[in-house]
Design a protein around this ligand. Structure first.
Ligand SMILES: Nc1nc2c([nH]c(=O)n2[C@@H]2O[C@H](COP(=O)(O)OP(=O)(O)OP(=O)(O)O)[C@@H](O)[C@H]2O)c(=O)[nH]1
Ligand SMILES: [Mg+2]
Length: 309
């Protein structure tokens, strides 16, 4: 079956609300909500197709785009490749030129609208930040909490607590205190821990061993964020099968914490993100300076320890 290439646009207003539209009842995936866009015509770039579609459907003129995510999905009756871009600037007032109902919704509200199945990773990408801070070394619990506070003050919106040297009980106690601080600042916390043990956090991060040991996503983790560390195509296929919410791919560049690992480089990173069915964070030698490069290579953004901890 031939894959239909679709340009999809994420338009945001001054309050950060995102424009969604209701698909006509008779259309493919009809009656569900969508991000506006449409098929890329022969000879068009994705940006050209998006500019045309958003004018045809909404009467707005868009000029500047940043990639969000690329999703290939097989509906059975149709295979689509959704090329999703955030619209950085546009002029005009959006109206439903084809009679379609429109709605502006905040990223956290997106989950309550029914979208086509291919859209789940898009919603996820829009709800996740472009920087994921992993905790590094600390000598004591107060030092860890002080460092977490400093990361939050500097704007971290998603943290991963990683402390392999701590006993399970001490780790879980620390996680509860870190979680309270994250929530107070509107941030989320995932913990790098055994997901079969009880814990309180917004999600769990699987290391390579836990990813390979997991045969299916446990029902208890259905509504939590579940991410994993990936280093190979095989790991990404496993993450795809498990339906994970995000992955790390590493090492992209040389990193101080893994001096002997061979870096992938950005070209290989881009090849891997193309078949990952979830947002991908570049890890290994990353800082804020790499966020745009990671996005242009199909990633969600960057993750790391040393630049932020
Ligand atoms: N625009 C858009 N299409 C989506 C989304 N999610 C998703 O699976 N699709 C699928 O992508 C395909 C093409 O989208 P479309 O119907 O908007 O194409 P179009 O604007 O060119 O429409 P047309 O065929 O009426 O000219 C459809 O099969 C649709 O189900 C989404 O969020 N936005
Ligand atoms: Mg359309």
């Amino acid at each position: 079956m031939k894959q239909v290439h679709v340009a999809v646009g994420v338009i945001t207003d001054a309050n950060g609300k995102i424009l969604i539209a209701k698909r006509p009842q008779v259309a493919h995936q009809g009656g569900l909500w969508e991000f506006p866009g449409g098929k890329v015509e022969p000879g068009e770039t994705v940006q050209q197709a998006l500019t045309r579609e958003l004018f045809e459907e909404l009467d707005v003129q868009c000029s500047d785009f940043v990639p969000v995510i690329q999703i290939s999905h097989d509906y059975g009756d149709k295979q689509v490749l959704l090329d999703v871009y955030r619209v950085v600037s546009f002029t005009g007032t959006a109206i439903g030129k084809e009679g379609q109902p429109l709605n502006w919704v905040s990223p956290s509200e997106l989950g309550s609208y029914p979208f086509p199945a291919a859209n789940y990773p898009i919603v996820n990408a829009l709800q996740l930040p472009d920087r994921l801070v992993i905790t590094g070394d600390f000598a004591s619990q107060p030092e860890c909490l002080a460092r977490v506070d400093a990361c939050l003050v500097r704007g971290a919106k998603l943290l991963q607590l990683r402390a392999p040297e701590l006993e399970q009980e001490a780790f879980i106690r620390l996680a509860q205190r870190v979680l309270a601080r994250c929530h107070r600042e509107g941030a989320k916390l995932v913990i790098n821990a055994d997901p079969s043990q009880p814990f309180t956090a917004d999600g769990v991060h699987l290391n390579g061993k836990r990813l390979s040991d997991m045969s299916e996503r446990p029902p208890a983790l259905a509504d939590l964020l579940v991410g994993a560390s990936c280093h190979s195509a095989q790991d990404i296929h496993k993450a795809n099968r498990l339906g994970l919410d995000y992955i790390f791919l590493s090492p992209v560049q040389p990193s101080a914490s893994h001096p002997n690992a061979k870096p992938l480089g950005w070209a290989a990173f881009a090849e891997f993100t193309a078949f990952a069915k979830m947002p991908v964070y570049a890890l290994g030698g990353m800082s804020d300076d790499n966020i745009l490069t990671a996005k242009e290579a199909g990633g969600q953004g960057v993750a790391g320890i040393s630049a932020w901890w």
